[in-house]
Design a protein around this ligand. Sequence first.
Ligand code: SIN
Length: 188
Amino acid sequence: MINTVKRNQQQSLDHLDDVWLFGYGSLIFKVDFPFLERRPASIMGWARRFWQGSHDHRGTPDQPGRVVTLIEQAGCQCQGMAYRVTPDTFAHLDHREKNGYLRFFAPLTFTDAPDHAPAEALVYVAGPDNAAFLGPAPIEVMARQIATSEGPSGRNSDYLLNLDDALKTMGAEDTHVSELANAVKALL
Ligand code: SIN
């Protein structure tokens, strides 16, 4: 139940000059959109999990891969990257994130200025009610699925290892991601 954020998928953003976008998955390491500014940031109350199926990017309908979504978890802080973008950027992003993700406004804290008043940022979340949601599985099962899946955007293992590297480079290591990355490396 998403109760701390405002659902905004249908609302027009055209009245705004710019909007903050919070990225916590491929939006950190695959930046194929223009932005005005980029700053490390975090959101509270959410955990990053490889619980979303990918039939269109890192897997196929027959063999879906696993990509990240956010799961509500009190007290948990998810670190990622915030981008200030113009509203027209969301035409491309909505298409890219189309397999089950909806965007919502959530409060965001900038890592480089934690005392500043939080901004609001759009974040793409694939909730448990979407058709591609896979949910939790034992780490060995997730690792095997990621090690063997591939789709039009490339190998599922590259998605995981690129994300793990990017988070470590930012000083934002996430144990869920790094444990899975270690398990996948052992299989490759
Ligand atoms: C994100 O990166 O913020 C959303 C999930 C993804 O595209 O991997």
